[in-house]
Design a protein around this ligand. Structure first.
Ligand SMILES: Cc1ncc(COP(=O)(O)O)c(C=O)c1O
Length: 388
């Protein structure tokens, strides 16, 4: 038997995702899972019913069209127009994917060559590192540092080299909750134009900005032709298991991403595509109520974690709050998260796994607040035992 490792070396060391490890730990110990970012209640009943109707009507039970069903592509284009004033042709500028995860993979596999450099905000969502590696490219982190977690734009400029091909943007940002300001986005866009860089922007939390607004970078001058925008129904409609995501961008970019995508899943989620088309057309009130609900939950968890002795960094968006565990006399987030279920029956995620340099996020731990208020209250009560 060959001694060569079985796993492709580009994935060496990536092991099991922290979400799988921590969710398994939550199940095994019966803990409250504030680790993985999935809501503990399903999305709107009428959207669920739309999926049932599609299944029963035989819509999408066989392979849907490669780019996604026309009804959904049209609804995505309408959504981009309605919320962001962006115009996309549903036939050539919209692509439906198996969640944002596949959109990220297809975009990076399509647009990168071995040796290319990708600048991404660190801490980064874990699939970015894996997909950049699978494309044979090199990730270059731009570290967002506590307590503000703002990008240092001079540092960004200094990281650009002749090998830089792509900026990977994520706003609202997981795990810090940073929402890029119009000024920050304008500076990033200006650098992309100046250096002729592509931008892939992950905006899955676009409807979860608390007290401010989400600004898509694709709307800025010179960006339409160089930006691949990614979003997903999972977070916005609380159906993370359906895995319906999408890409919007100029036809050449969408064609490139589609070429890679067709060899990943080809197509997915047929009946759910019909349901998401209906979901995207929900009235403004749905989006406002969803945001207000998560806003309340954010405030509840931030206050609770603070009372329990954590230093909580209030997020401007997303499902997550990042904390520092140093005030609790703890140093190592990974050790802390592994011991937390046994100590008090709560599961969280150590931010260190989102950094190239684990030291940078060693004492940071992320909690998800997309859970029922009673669950958050119980989690806080349990966490308060740590300080005793
Ligand atoms: C920043 C970010 N991008 C992408 C995803 C994945 O989205 P999907 O479930 O649509 O694949 C997540 C899920 O947690 C995320 O937080």
């Amino acid at each position: 038997m060959s001694t060569r490792p079985l796993l492709n070396r580009s994935l060496a060391g990536m092991g099991t995702t922290i979400f799988a490890e921590m969710s398994a730990l939550a199940t095994a110990t019966g803990s409250i899972n504030l680790g993985q970012g999935f809501p503990d209640t399903d999305g709107p009943e009428e959207v669920r019913e739309a999926a049932v109707r599609a299944l029963r009507a035989g819509l999408g039970n066989q392979y849907p069209p490669g780019p996604g069903i026309p009804e959904l592509r049209t609804a995505i284009a309408e959504h981009q127009q309605r919320f962001h004033g962006l115009t996309f042709d549903p036939d050539t500028e919209v692509l439906v994917t198996a969640g944002a995860t596949e959109a990220i993979a297809a975009a990076l596999l399509a647009l990168l060559e071995p040796g290319d450099e990708v600048i991404a905000f660190e801490p980064f969502y874990d699939s970015y590192a894996a997909c950049i590696a699978m494309a044979g490219a090199r990730r270059v982190p731009l570290t967002l540092r506590a307590p503000s977690f703002r990008p240092d734009l001079d540092e960004l400029r200094s990281l650009i080299t002749p090998r830089t091909r792509l900026l990977l943007v994520n706003t609202p940002h997981n795990p810090t909750g940073t929402v890029l300001t119009p000024e920050e986005l304008a500076a990033i866009a200006a650098l992309a134009v100046e250096h002729d860089l592509l931008v892939v922007t992950d905006e899955v939390y676009e409807h979860l900005v608390f007290g401010g607004a989400h600004h898509p970078i694709a709307a800025l001058p010179g960006m339409r032709e160089r930006t691949v925008s990614i979003s997903s129904a999972g977070k916005t409609f609380s159906f993370t298991g359906w895995k319906v995501g999408w890409v919007t961008g100029a036809p050449e970019l969408v064609t490139a991403v589609r070429t890679a995508k067709q060899y990943l899943t080809y197509v997915s989620a047929g009946p759910f595509q019909y349901a998401v088309a209906e979901a995207l057309r929900l009235p403004d009130g749905y989006y406002a109520d969803f945001r207000a609900d998560l806003h309340r939950k954010r405030d509840l968890l931030v206050a609770g974690l603070t009372a329990a002795g954590f230093r909580a960094f209030e997020p401007q968006g997303t499902f997550f709050v990042t904390t520092d565990i140093t005030p609790l006399g703890e140093k190592d987030g990974l050790e802390f998260c592994r011991s937390l279920p046994a100590r008090c029956g709560v599961v969280a995620i150590p931010n260190a796994v989102f950094y190239d340099d684990p030291e940078a996020g060693r004492s940071q731990v992320r909690f998800a607040f997309c859970k029922r208020e009673g669950v958050l209250e119980e989690a806080v009560a349990r966490l308060k035992r740590l300080a005793v």
